[in-house]
Design a protein around this ligand. Structure first.
Ligand code: NAD
Length: 581
């Protein structure tokens, strides 16, 4: 299938449209698209198609998907696109631009993207408020159809484009892009309508004299969606989940994942999302947040990113409570320090593969990545040697070379931060393998295994967000004590795994670590949650645990109204007990 139809026009800096003199905001002279009123006119209880997880394509040699993806990678590498703001359906070019580059070839510019000004943020609020008047009143099935269509477009015509943008812009391999920007996002868009339906299905009891109903209203106001760089699927889900429930949204994408974010917007437009329902506002996060978090109509925040940023947003919201019309819903999935704890009965081969895949895939930049492992001394030599053998075999480099298992870390800031952790490891622990950072042409960090005797060592406690796994080797007899250490070492509680074949030991770990992870794995790596199978999210310092891609998340974007209708209202104020004997 040709992808030429979905390539945006290449805009050189000379031909880029200047801000219009009329509004001073850079709104192009074209009329903004307006939402068409959708009138309800349908009798029948409609059911969304039963969702099925999108099959993962292999991209093996000779496969048609491999050929299509390679073509798109080539064409995308050859273009430099211009990414506008999209507010109320209008493309806006502020002229204040920044660049998106390939992390693995950081001199290669993929796109110039426009930053919003404070006035653009105001415009986005206005546009969200206007669009809400109609969108909130669409039949929910019509809203669901937009996202079901988006899923189908992504499964077919848009698949190569979104995967290529994720590979080039975020340095994911073909497989890592496929499970994220294709399969997971398709799953979000197919499963969420199904969960919405099951939520709307829940209605209260009635009898012959009355009919009780629950009207699952959207929130009153706009939702502010702030997305991270590391998952294109999360970037797509955070604005669309509240929109599915009838809300309108202002979306601030991550500056280091702008290419894939922009293509998500274009895909949604093609799927029929009305203008103003989701407003795409890239720019300075501090300025945008200051404006939106202080707005009277802030109805909710849908955030994924670091714990520090989420905490600062929560603090601002707390300090602004007296301004709001309603209590804003605050949903945030944040950092992790995810563990693998092995019992002496664990299979060393399975354990070392889990460490390598869980710790190093996507350069350890998954919130769920294994970054601290606890291994009994009886099996450590074998686990260490097997893991090191895998690490020696791993190829790292340009993700368009499909032989590579790893690409580069996202940007210079991440590269510097991870390099500092490596330096700390060299000075204070034992670097078993890896440990080298090379940043001249791309931000490459070798997969690294560090061993420490100190269970409170810094690298076992802090989120590094890079391909660095720290191992603590414990005496076999100290299983129960080690479980306590795993539970208490870090402030996070996102994902974790236990390895062992002794059923009693596994039960002990599951109980001792009940609050240490929102996603707990037995004999499996702690990454790779699938929508509809392992609803994702953690507690403690890892977030509000509202489980993205589940009914539990959608509940946060509604404000139900109870409606009671009485068929024969009483016409006498007196009750029977008041009558004379
Ligand atoms: P980040 O916190 O640096 O950025 C996330 C988003 O917040 C970006 O859009 C960024 O521009 C924005 N932001 C930055 N400063 C802000 C401010 N002052 N006000 C408002 N917004 C601001 O995180 P990141 O580097 O993009 O992503 C990595 C982090 O995300 C890691 O900590 C990781 O664990 C976490 N994460 C968690 C989950 C989860 O489900 N728990 C999933 C993915 C990523």
């Amino acid at each position: 299938m040709s992808t030429s139809a979905i390539r945006p026009k290449r805009v050189s800096s000379a031909s880029r449209s200047a801000p219009s003199e009329n509004d001073g905001l850079g709104v192009e002279s074209v009329e903004p698209r307006r939402a068409a009123a959708v009138l309800s006119g349908f009798n029948g209880t409609r059911r969304v198609p039963p969702p099925v997880n999108e099959p993962i394509k292999s991209y093996g040699p000779g496969s048609p998907e491999r050929a299509e993806l390679k073509n798109r990678l080539k064409s995308m590498s050859a273009e430099r696109i211009d990414i506008p703001l999209i507010i109320g359906g209008a493309e806006i070019r502020s002229g204040d631009v920044a660049q998106s580059v390939m992390p693995h070839k950081h001199r290669h510019v993929l796109a110039d993207w426009h930053r919003a000004s404070a006035e653009h943020v105001d415009l986005a609020v206005k546009s969200a408020q206007q669009a809400a008047r109609e969108w909130a009143n669409w039949a929910w099935e019509d809203r669901a159809a937009v996202f079901l269509k988006a899923a189908e477009l992504l499964a077919t015509k848009w698949r190569a484009t979104l995967n290529a943008a994720t590979m080039l812009g975020q340095s994911k391999t073909a497989f890592q892009a496929e499970i994220d920007s294709a399969c997971e996002l398709i799953d979000f868009w197919r499963f969420n309508p199904h969960y919405a339906q099951s939520l709307y299905d829940e209605q209260p009891l009635s009898d012959r004299t009355m009919w009780n109903q629950l009207d699952y209203r959207p929130l009153e106001g706009f939702v502010y969606a702030v997305t991270p760089f590391n998952f294109t699927s999360i970037a797509g889900n955070l604005p669309t989940a509240p929109a599915l429930m009838g809300n309108t949204v202002i979306w601030k994408p991550a500056s280091s994942a702008m290419l894939s974010a922009y293509y998500i917007m274009k895909l949604l437009e093609e799927a029929g999302l009305p203008p103003g329902v989701i407003n795409f506002v890239p720019g300075d996060p501090g300025m945008i947040s200051d404006k939106l978090l202080a707005h009277r109509d802030l109805a909710g925040v849908h955030f994924t990113g670091s714990t520090a940023v989420f905490n600062s947003m929560w603090k601002t919201i707390g300090a602004s409570m007296s301004r709001y019309k309603s209590y804003p819903r605050i949903v945030g999935e944040t950092g992790g320090k995810d563990f693998i704890v092995a019992h002496r009965s664990a299979d060393p081969a399975a354990l070392s593969v889990a460490i390598a895949r869980g710790g190093f895939e996507y350069q350890g930049q998954k919130c769920s990545a294994a970054s601290r492992v606890y291994i009994p001394e009886s099996i450590w030599p074998e686990v260490r040697d097997r893991t090191v053998a895998i690490m020696k075999d791993i190829r790292m480099g340009d993700v368009t070379d499909f032989r590579n298992f790893m690409g580069a870390v996202i940007d210079k800031k991440a590269f510097t931060k991870i390099s500092e952790y490596l330096e700390h490891g060299r000075k204070n622990a034992t670097v078993v393998a890896g440990g080298v950072a090379r940043g001249e042409s791309g931000y490459f960090i070798e997969p690294t295994l560090i061993e420490t005797k100190d269970p409170a060592y810094r690298l076992l406690c802090e989120e590094i967000f890079g391909p660095v796994v720290t191992a603590h080797v414990y005496p076999d007899a100290k299983w129960a004590e080690t479980l306590k250490i795993v539970d208490e070492t870090s402030p996070y509680a996102l994902t974790g795994a236990v390895f062992g074949t002794d059923r009693q030991a596994i039960r002990e770990a599951a109980l001792a670590l009940r609050n240490a992870a929102g996603n707990f794995y037995v004999n499996d790596k702690p990454t790779g949650a699938v929508v509809g199978q392992q609803p994702f999210g953690g507690a403690r310092g890892s977030g509000t645990n509202d489980k993205a891609g589940s009914k539990l998340n959608l509940v946060r974007w509604i404000s139900p109204r109870s409606v009671k209708e009485t068929f024969s209202p009483p016409v006498d104020y007196r009750y029977p007990f008041m009558q004379e004997e």
